[in-house]
Design a protein around this ligand. Sequence first.
Ligand SMILES: [Zn+2]
Length: 68
Amino acid sequence: MEDEVVLRLDRATAQDLYVTLYEVGEHIAAGAPITPPTTEEVERIGGVLRELAHAIGRHCNAYCDHLG
Ligand SMILES: [Zn+2]
């Protein structure tokens, strides 16, 4: 695949990502409630967002200096 982005996730993070995407999709489609995440889930999903942001060349926050 040209210009691909690869993220490696541990199983817990992959499960959190699946649940988050699934619940947001159901919320958008049918107004289903979104389960409030635990602190650990927030930290894991936050880590995915940071890695994904950097992988596509975006700053992870307003003060991000992680990009080259
Ligand atoms: Zn950053």
